[in-house]
Every structure is written in structure tokens, then in C-alpha cells.
Design a protein around this ligand. Structure first.
Ligand SMILES: Cc1cc2nc3c(=O)[nH]c(=O)nc-3n(C[C@H](O)[C@H](O)[C@H](O)COP(=O)(O)OP(=O)(O)OC[C@H]3O[C@@H](n4cnc5c(N)ncnc54)[C@H](O)[C@@H]3O)c2cc1C
Length: 505
């Protein structure tokens, strides 16, 4: 069996990528070793604003909003950073456990008819000029033109490709677990000389910005371990030891539902691509969970890669378009690594670190630093280096309320099918988009209100914008159409001249 693209891993990254490829009409399949989408353990707790915008661009954000809790979730070094004044429809984050995020994404991918080979483990692959031969446990083989490793931090695809994963070993380790407790514990977060610990219930509501836990049900424990441990499976005894060290009691814990360990190991793939093999999500970067960045970064990797890979597979663009994936997403990942390392360093409980944290909190109480860090943590400030120009260039397109010939529309509605969009706001004149019309949708629209970007503020009004399927701006018109043909060719393939009429007999 041969597919255009095989994705290894049906975690959030693999599912998002599969959806993007399916929207572009690419024959894609996922291989996943889990037998179903159920997830043991809690892992990610929610979505940041930019991820919500991305889901909105595909018309599926309401599915997540209906199940989650909206809240100001952005924070750095334990300082909450409100984004309530940011110019976005989603000026908040969403509390929603990863198992629900995955279930909703899997439902979408199923609607798009992507086959998921569940309960199947990839054990190796070999790539040649013509494609990739993938081996599954049991000896079965699968062919693909491209293989994407979305197979998590211990990625077999990354290791088999021989892609280095440099970085730093853990300085701290924590256990998370779900248990029953005989004695009602003290819920909330506690910090001591060892680090941060937290007790809560799986079910909660956010009321007036405060977490209110359900009155019954199992307890979720997060404990910083007295000694750094990694590479071994955590045990009930490890948890008991950690609880007693932090709280002086184990609260009569019993009936362990699950337990996992996470650390602040920080590593990044030195390349996100080796010829026909690409990496995305945790397979490409791992770091501490501080700031809730991992899942969000992986989903955004997928949206950056999806349309590019689709165009290469369909022969619209040369393979070199795939190099822009590494060029754009590696720096974003590197920044996440840096900020999480800083956050971990600032979470230590000694007096000097406490003083550094207080100094940071003082800084973040000022408006400009607050906006900058909130822009970073929410993902709303991401800019891909597409050269000099208008501040919109390389940044996210805002979800403007525009008026088209078909009536009022939101800009993001025009991105639901993940096609490039050329928005003519009165400045395209007689520029002829016909040579790209099979790939790029051109829409005339008016927009009278001010243009404002998160962190940056007001910007001058463009007269046209070329928007990539991932929602980032590839070209900005400022009264002229200079450079537009180059941008269209660079991102969406060569001009295809309409066939000249055949000569009359
Ligand atoms: C305690 C904790 C809290 C976190 N909190 C947050 C948060 O609040 N916000 C946030 O954004 N992130 C958070 N994260 C990070 C987040 O969980 C990960 O970044 C995210 O799961 C990465 O998604 P992924 O799809 O790249 O990889 P994964 O979720 O690891 O998925 C990889 C998939 O590949 C499959 N697989 C692996 N190898 C093979 C193989 N050989 N063959 C077939 N299938 C294979 C696996 O079964 C798995 O389904 C947290 C993580 C932890 C541990």
C-alpha cells in the first residue's frame, strides 16, 4: 500500500497535520500504536490564543470552546499575563485536558476520511529517491512519498533518520498521578524548597478567574520529586515518598489510576527535515511543561508544514518549499526552549531565585513587558522572517470583519478550506491573478476600521494582503502591486498561463 504521506503518531500534532493534508486533497494515512485515542494521564491542560485562532481558521474552534473553560491562562514565571486587551477574537486561553483535545481533533480527522491504522507500531524505515519504505511491527510494509514523524519526544523516526537532538538533561523531575485519598487534602499550589507541588481534582470550573474543584472524585497530584529521577518507570512508592516530603502525609492515598513522570529535559532536533522525512511536535522539541507550550507548538508546526507538504506532493512547488518549514519553525521552537528553561530556573525556591522572580514580577507588572511576554506565551506575536516590509509581513492575519460582494464575512471564514487567499482591499487595480487562480482564491472586500496587531499596536492600512493557508501574511500591498507576482510564485508555484485559444480553421 502506498500513500503520498504517512504520519507516524496520532497525537495532537499528527492529527492536526493529517487534517491539513486532507483539506488539501492529499492521500494521507496515520500509523498509531495506541489502539484507541484514549490517553493515560493528564498531560496538556489547554490551548493558547494563537492555537484557538488556528482552529477558528478551519471552522472547528467552537467544538473546543463548547467543552473547555475560557480563562486568562498565559503566565510567565508564575506571573499571570492577561491578554484581555489584545486585538483578537480569542483574547483568552482555554482550559481543556489533552484527552479531550485529541478526541475532538480525531473526530475532525475522521470526518475528513483520513485512515488511522491503530494498534500498529512503526519499527523502522528506509528512504530513497523515489520514496520511503516504512516497516511496521509484524513485518508489514507501507510506502509513502513523504514520512512525517509526529511520534513524540522519544521519536523513532528522528532516531532512525539520524537527526541529532542536542540539549540539556533534566535538573528536576515531577510526578503526576491520579489517586483516591482517604483524607481531604489541601487543594491548590504549594511551593517549598524542593519546588512546586499541586493537588486538585480532574473536574473543575473557573469562576471569576478562580479554579473551583469538584467536591468529589479522584485527586490529581503533581509533586516535585526530592531527587531528580528519569529514565525509569515511576512507582507508587515514588509518589508516596514525594507526597510525604512535600505535605508530611500521603493523605491515605490508594487506588492509583495512573502515574507519569515529567522532567525539564530540553532538546531540539537539529534539523526538522532529512530529505523525504520530516519531524513535527514533540519529535522535534521537548522541554518542561511550564507555560503550557508543547502541544500548542506542535499543532502550529503541523499547520505550517501541512500546506507546504501538500503543494510539494501535488507538484505545485519545488521540494525547497519544505526548507522554509525548518527555517520558520526551528526558531519558534528554540524560543520556546529558552523561555521554558528560564521559567524552570525561576521556579526554584531558594532566596536568590525568589528575589529574581520578584524582580521579574515587578517588570511584568509594567505594561510593555506584560504585552511582550503575553504575546510570546499566547503565540500571538510569532513572526516568520519573510524580509523587510510592512509590520504584517510574516505575521498572523487578524480576523477582520470585512464586507465582500456576498455580504459581511470574517477573514478567517475565508481560510476554512486551507487555500491561499488574496484579499483585495481596493489596491489590486488591474493586476491579473488568473495565472494562479487554480490555487489562490482572490476576494474583493472592504474594511474601514483600524488595523491593530497584538504587541505592536496600530499599523498602517494595507490595500491588499496575500495570506498563506496557515494564516500568515506573505505579501502586503501598500497602494501598489509591486512584488505580488514574485510572492505568488515563491509561495504558491509558477504562473500558469491560460491556454491561448486554438487558431480558427
Ligand atoms: C505534565 C505535562 C503537562 C503538559 N502541559 C501542557 C500544556 O498545558 N500545554 C501544552 O501545549 N503542552 C503541554 N504538555 C506537552 C504536550 O503534552 C505535548 O507537547 C504533546 O502531547 C505533543 O504532541 P505530539 O502529537 O507532538 O506528541 P505525542 O502527544 O507524544 O504523540 C505521539 C504519538 O505517537 C505515537 N507513537 C510513538 N511512537 C510510535 C511508533 N513507533 N509507531 C506508531 N505510533 C507511535 C504515540 O502513541 C502517540 O500517540 C504537557 C506535557 C506534560 C508531560
Amino acid at each position: 500500500m502506498k500513500h503520498a504521506v504517512v504520519i507516524v503518531g496520532a497525537g495532537p500534532t499528527g492529527l492536526m497535520l493529517a487534517g491539513e493534508l486532507a483539506l488539501a486533497g492529499v492521500d494521507v494515512a496515520i500509523v498509531e500504536r495506541r489502539v484507541n485515542q484514549e490517553l493515560v494521564g493528564s498531560r496538556a491542560g489547554g490551548l493558547h490564543a494563537r492555537t484557538l485562532e488556528i482552529l477558528d481558521q478551519r471552522g472547528i474552534v467552537d467544538r473546543f470552546l463548547a467543552e473547555g473553560q475560557r480563562a486568562q491562562v498565559a503566565a510567565f514565571a508564575q506571573v499571570p499575563l492577561s491578554i484581555v486587551d489584545f486585538p483578537t477574537r480569542h483574547n483568552y486561553g482555554l482550559g481543556l485536558w489533552q484527552n479531550h483535545i485529541e478526541r475532538i481533533l480525531a473526530g475532525w480527522v475522521e470526518e475528513l476520511r483520513v485512515p488511522i491504522l491503530r494498534g500498529r507500531e512503526v519499527t523502522g524505515f528506509a528512504q530513497g529517491d523515489g520514496g520511503v519504505e516504512i516497516t511496521l511491527a509484524g513485518g508489514e510494509a507501507l510506502g509513502a512519498a513523504y514520512l512525517v514523524g509526529c511520534d513524540g519526544g522519544r521519536s523513532l523516526i528522528r532516531k532512525t533518520a539520524g537527526i541529532g537532538f542536542p540539549g540539556w538533561d533534566p535538573t528536576t523531575s515531577s510526578l503526576i498521578a491520579e489517586v483516591e485519598m482517604t483524607t481531604e487534602p489541601e487543594f491548590g499550589i504549594r511551593t517549598d524548597a524542593r519546588g512546586t507541588h499541586a493537588l486538585g481534582r480532574e473536574k473543575y470550573e473557573i469562576r471569576d478567574g478562580k479554579v473551583v474543584y469538584a467536591t468529589e472524585g479522584p485527586v490529581r497530584v503533581m509533586i516535585t520529586e526530592p531527587q531528580v529521577k528519569y529514565g525509569t518507570e515511576p512507582t507508587l512508592e515514588d509518589l508516596r515518598e514525594g507526597l510525604i516530603a512535600a505535605y508530611g502525609t500521603d493523605y491515605g492515598m490508594h487506588r492509583l489510576a495512573w502515574i507519569t513522570r515529567f522532567t525539564d529535559m530540553t532538546r531540539q532536533a537539529e534539523s526538522y527535515r532529512d530529505r523525504r522525512v520530516l519531524l513535527a511536535g514533540d519529535a522535534a522539541h521537548i522541554h518542561a511543561p511550564d507555560g503550557g507550550q508543547g502541544l500548542n507548538t506542535g499543532v502550529q508546526d503541523a499547520v505550517n508544514l501541512g500546506w507546504k507538504l501538500a503543494q510539494v506532493v501535488k507538484g505545485i512547488s519545488p521540494e525547497s518549499l519544505l526548507d522554509t518549514y525548518h527555517a520558520e519553525r526551528h526558531p519558534v521552537g528554540a524560543r520556546v526552549l529558552r523561555s521554558t528553561m528560564a521559567a524552570v530556573a525561576l521556579r526554584r525556591a531558594d532566596e536568590r531565585t525568589k528575589a529574581a522572580r520578584e524582580a521579574m514580577a515587578e517588570l511584568l507588572a509594567m505594561d510593555e513587558p506584560r504585552r511582550r511576554f503575553a504575546g510570546m506565551m499566547s503565540g500571538l506575536d510569532i513572526r516568520y522572517d519573510l524580509g523587510e516590509g510592512h509590520p504584517l509581513l510574516g505575521r498572523r492575519m487578524p480576523d477582520l470583519d470585512i464586507v465582500t460582494s456576498e455580504g459581511p464575512r470574517r477573514a478567517y471564514e475565508l481560510l476554512h478550506d486551507a487555500r491561499p487567499l488574496l484579499l483585495d482591499l481596493g489596491g489590486l487595480g488591474d493586476f491579473d491573478v488568473a495565472p494562479w487562480a487554480d490555487r489562490v482564491r482572490a476576494v474583493r472586500a472592504t474594511y474601514e476600521a483600524a488595523w491593530e496587531l497584538p504587541v505592536i499596536g496600530a499599523v498602517s492600512r494595507p490595500t491588499a494582503v496575500l495570506i498563506r493557508p496557515d494564516g500568515y501574511v506573505a505579501w502586503v500591498g501598500e497602494g501598489t502591486t509591486g512584488g505580488i507576482a514574485d510572492a505568488l510564485g515563491r509561495w504558491f508555484g509558477a504562473a500558469v498561463l491560460p491556454e491561448s485559444p486554438s487558431p480558427r480553421p
